[in-house]
Write a protein that binds this ligand. Sequence first.
Ligand SMILES: Nc1ncnc2c1ncn2[C@@H]1O[C@H](COP(=O)(O)OP(=O)(O)OP(=O)(O)O)[C@@H](O)[C@H]1O
Ligand code: NI
Length: 318
Amino acid sequence: MSEDLLELDRLSVRFLLGRRRGEVRAVTDASLRLRRGRVLALVGESGCGKSVLASALLGLLPANAQVRGRAVLDGEVELLGASERVLAERVRGRLVGLVPQSASTHLTPVRTARGQLLETVNALRPGSGPELVGELAERVGLRPGDLDHYPHELSGGMAQRVAVAMALAGDPPLVLADEPTTGLDRPLVHRTVDLLAETAADDRAVLLITHDLAAARRVATDVAVMYASRIVEAGPAGEVFEDPWHPYTAGLLAALPEGGFEPIPGHPPALTELERIEREWGCVFCQRCPDRPGSAPCNGSPELVAHGGRWIAAHVPC
Ligand SMILES: Nc1ncnc2c1ncn2[C@@H]1O[C@H](COP(=O)(O)OP(=O)(O)OP(=O)(O)O)[C@@H](O)[C@H]1O
Ligand code: NI
């Protein structure tokens, strides 16, 4: 059994838009290690590439996506090169559970939540049937009657919990949860992320994709910060949240209520422009950075570099 449950090495994803329209660079050279027993929060603004990274791991990208790199699960299954058959029969739901973003749109409108959860349970763990359905519902905080509703009768938060139950149904060693707390009120956010963190106990692990830095802070043991398709900072959650090195991470924390509600001015660059920006500036964050080259320690290289147990791109730790 490998200590690293997931080892991601230079994952890049581009979407080809056709001859005149160029390409979208959605993920660039993303490297990560997710150890057993850990919850890794992947945070960053909307559109930076978080969901694309997760979809790439499960072979769920559309045909115009070009994927490079390696993603090794448990030291043996290489996910990015795996055939559709391996992904369908061994990986999805069994080795890797997915809580998809916008969970309610992934439910079939014409069948009750119970029917759909039972179907998932029967496919992944034949013989465990209605008993496991009841157990899963209880774990995610649904009352038995909730499952008898059709998707359009469920609140966003209930649909979200059905999706978490489905992701846990196959008891997978790795759970990818993509914004699992959207639409939930604070107590339910806590309950959901606590439940996910519990599932990471022992030899399992969770990749928690979220905008919600407070939720990430609550349960993450590790954090990776993504900006404009690249991971710009990573390390133990406590250290990164206490003492962020990258000006982007510092900016995200300053935008929180307890950080003073000061959002980073400006917008992330268009993902079709990244090649040019990196050629001109080196660092993809430079155009928004309060620490511009010359006045601050930006070394202009987009590569993620290790310093002790932490990683940072383009900037040297202060
Ligand atoms: N099929 C596609 N073709 C072209 N571009 C795409 C395609 N799918 C996603 N993208 C682009 O890839 C980028 C990254 O999208 P992604 O969904 O990973 O962002 P995200 O970080 O998950 O954002 P959010 O927090 O809003 O979910 C976006 O700019 C998106 O428009
Ligand atoms: Ni997303």
